[in-house]
Ligand binder design. Structure first.
Ligand code: ATP
Length: 225
């Protein structure tokens, strides 16, 4: 069976993430493992810490059949605190566990697909995994893609969920799901600016963000004395 992973910073997880995870689960009929990224070494986390982000993910998937949280990147960072975490390393770890024959897939948004040539060893990724792509506002896929990406993708598109399960890696499948406007950057900005944001995340996640006073940024300070 296809093993489907969804990596991201999830800072914080929002309704857009959840909607595409559900869509992938339902279209491909497989569970989705949400895999929060570790904090980069030697830098204060930009929003919430990896532990806090993963906890928000736990709350978000609590009542969601077929959505799970996979903490492997956090655990690797505990083992190797000096190393930055790259997708290629995670995929090699997954391959070492599952063997060469098991079909693996990574769920990404269209902005991530367009940025793929900046990922470490990006061409090698196609030997290790399929990609499941969710359209995203502002990241059109029906235009001329940058040359090297277009070349690599040209022969890889498939619209058949079954075919993804037949080969271990190398194909790209586009989800048929309506566009989701949410963005974590925008949610952090709204929280810090005191604007409405709760409707953009699951209710339990909103409660936890408020309780832990996350993402308040400058607005969290004591103000002028
Ligand atoms: P930021 O706004 O800070 O860039 P984000 O909302 O993109 O954050 P990430 O954790 O970086 O959140 O996203 C993880 C993955 O989910 C990425 O591949 C991203 O493209 C995808 N994604 C996030 N939000 C959406 C969305 N609204 N629609 C489609 N894909 C999305």
């Amino acid at each position: 069976m296809l093993q489907l992973f969804y990596g991201g910073t999830f800072d914080p997880i929002h309704n857009g993430h959840l909607a595409i995870a559900r869509a992938a689960r339902d279209e491909l009929s497989v569970p989705v493992r949400l895999m929060p990224a570790a904090d980069p070494p030697h830098r204060a986390p930009p929003g919430a810490s990896a532990v806090q982000r993963a906890r928000l993910l736990d709350l978000a998937v609590q009542d969601e059949a077929g959505l799970r949280v996979d903490r492997r990147e956090l655990l690797r960072a505990e083992r190797l605190p000096e190393a930055r975490s790259y997708t290629i390393d995670t995929l090699r770890e997954l391959r070492a566990e599952s063997g060469d024959a098991v079909p693996l897939a990574l769920l990404i948004g269209a902005d991530s697909l367009l940025g793929l040539p900046t990922w470490r060893e990006w061409r090698t990724l196609f030997g290790l995994t399929h990609f499941i792509v969710a359209d995203r506002p502002g990241s059109p896929l029906d235009v001329d893609l940058p040359g090297e990406l277009a070349d690599v993708l040209a022969s890889r598109w498939t619209s058949s969920p079954e075919v993804l399960g037949d080969v271990p890696a190398g194909l790209v499948y586009r989800l048929s799901h309506p566009l989701q406007p949410e963005s974590a950057t925008e949610i952090r900005r709204r929280i810090a600016a005191g604007q409405a944001w709760r409707h953009l995340v699951p209710a339990r996640v909103a409660e936890a963000i408020a309780d832990e006073r996350l993402y308040l940024g400058q607005a969290a300070g004591p103000g002028p004395l």
